[in-house]
Design a protein around this ligand. Structure first.
Ligand code: 5AD
Ligand code: SF4
Length: 488
């Protein structure tokens, strides 16, 4: 594609960030350039999550603000990609008439053709098939195209030396509040040979940390050459990758956490002692209305099973507050669960009804906004109070820290909720860099402990992608502050 200068803004989860890598790869293959400065672009792409209303609201207000620019630059192409595109489909252009291209998450490989059409003045859309009760049909060709992009992309990753790898696409759980099963389609596990080929390629390219991704990654199930694979098998095989120092997998559904998975924490050293397993609520009545398929007791049983296999596993959760019908007593049950289980961290979200979900159709959104905000704050304070105690206990200890790069918010605690603003892709040069006095090339680095806690310390920027020992000297609820330990 001649003279395409595309700028990509990403809102959302890890899966969206991996999709951004696939978009970049697809555009590169078609000869387009990706530019970091949106003012220099003639194609503006937004890859947006639709799980909560917030990202979507930001998207529509950002697109609305492009009216003047589009009048000045009539050839400017605006595209919406990913879950929100799939959610609205062709209606998106009625809601946001400035949009030229609409592309669902399974159809990213079609993007160049869509852009060509838009540049000829015709609006263009490519969407995944609508889900039918009949099942998973209609995704094979687009899955192969996504596999091809994922396998061929360079090691770009969320940070140097760290790669995301899809192991499952879609979701069949239909939690009452969630749009994912509609927008990402039915559950499909990628064949183990494809996943492992990708992991090997990433290892050759220098990856030292790999995160396997799926909406309910621990439901992974595949059969190849007469052998059945679950996530425990896949983790054990992935851990064989030469040079792999840290292996993670997100996100886990409590119902499908098994003894076999627990054993992996004990037996496979490369697997990080970190389990993201959203509880969503601690009240059985709310869990039942959410259609989560477990009780609070069962959830706690899964945590106990994991901690029995490996006592130091950090368990992190997501919670939704203000779900329809959530009473004060229900909310108290959630707080009690947090106090009992001492999560290493948790994302807390205010319920927002999403079109097409069971909850939006059947339950009244009856917890007032003010009360949702209050519960959100109470729960966050509780989670952070526990994290602060646990972080303080680490002061004086030395931990292996995987360096992600210069700290984007030097000396500031990172926001507990996911960033609501869009991120430019590719990210970098990384945000503001603080120089430690008189030490040229030394910046504040951000790293992750094996338990996925954030640790910042001063060191040379070229440590990104390395694992270095760091002694913890101070702690806040969300951040550990450390010093690099150097030999001698
Ligand atoms: N409202 C609020 N939070 C939601 N989540 C998913 N759907 C909704 C919704 N409709 C949260 C869940 C999930 C996380 C990714 O987003 O906690 O685990
Ligand atoms: Fe949504 Fe539930 Fe699937 Fe997670 S498991 S993506 S919350 S439907």
């Amino acid at each position: 594609m001649n003279d395409v200068r595309a700028h990509l803004t990403v809102y959302g989860c890890q899966m969206n960030r991996l999709d951004a890598e696939l978009v970049a790869e697809r555009l590169r293959r078609s000869g387009a350039r990706i530019v970091a400065d949106s003012a220099a672009a003639n194609v503006l792409l937004f890859l947006t999550c639709s799980v909560r209303a917030h990202a979507e609201d930001r998207l529509f207000s950002n697109i609305g603000a492009l009216g003047a620019r589009k009048r000045r630059e009539p050839d400017l192409v605006i595209g919406v990609l990913g879950c929100t595109a799939q959610q609205y489909g062709e209606d998106l252009r009625r809601k946001a008439p400035l949009v030229d291209v609409v592309c669902g998450p399974g159809r990213l490989a079609d993007l160049p053709a869509l852009l060509e059409r838009a540049r000829r003045g015709q609006p263009a859309a490519a969407l995944d098939p609508r889900r039918t009760p009949a099942g998973a049909g209609g995704f094979d060709a687009s899955d192969r195209a996504l596999d091809d992009l994922e396998l061929g992309r360079p090691l770009g990753g969320p940070s140097p030396g760290h790669a995301y790898v899809t192991v499952m696409r879609g979701c069949d759980n239909f939690c009452a509040y969630c749009v994912v099963p509609q927008v990402r389609g039915p559950e499909r596990s990628r064949p183990p040979s494809v996943v492992l080929a990708e992991v090997c390629g990433l290892g050759d390219a220098g990856a030292r940390r790999v995160t396997l991704l799926g909406q309910a990654v621990n439901k992974y199930e595949a059969e190849e050459n007469g052998r059945r694979w679950d996530l425990a098998d896949l983790l054990a095989a992935t851990a064989e990758m030469p040079g792999l120092a840290r292996l993670e997998f997100i996100t886990n559904h409590p119902r499908h956490v098994t003894e076999r998975l627990a054993a992996v924490f004990r037996d496979v050293p490369a697997v990080a002692p970190y389990l993201h397993m959203p509880a969503q609520a601690g009240s059985d009545a709310v869990l039942a209305r959410m259609k989560r398929g477990y009780t609070a007791r069962e959830y706690e049983g899964r945590v106990a099973m994991i901690r029995q296999a490996r006592p130091d596993v950090a368990v992190a959760s997501d919670f939704i507050v203000g779900f329809p019908g959530e009473t004060e007593a229900d909310f108290d049950a959630t707080c009690d669960m947090v106090r009992r289980l001492r999560f290493s961290g948790a994302f807390v979200f205010k319920y927002s009804p999403r079109p097409g979900t069971y909850a939006a159709a059947h339950y009244e959104d009856d917890v007032p906004a003010r009360e949702k905000r209050r519960r959100n704050q109470v729960l966050l304070d509780l989670v952070q109070g526990i994290a602060l105690e646990d972080n303080r206990a680490l002061v004086g200890k030395t931990v292996p820290a995987f360096v992600e790069g210069p700290s984007p918010h030097p000396h500031l605690d990172v926001d507990a909720e996911e960033p609501a603003r869009g991120e430019d892709f590719p990210r970098g040069p990384y945000g503001p860099r603080r120089r430690a006095e008189g030490n040229s090339g030394v910046v504040q680095l951000r790293a992750r402990t094996p338990h996925n806690r954030i640790v910042v310390f001063d060191g040379p920027a070229d440590l990104a992608g390395c694992i270095v020992p760091v002694r913890i000297v101070r702690a806040s609820a969300l951040t550990l502050f450390g010093e690099r330990v150097t030999a001698g």
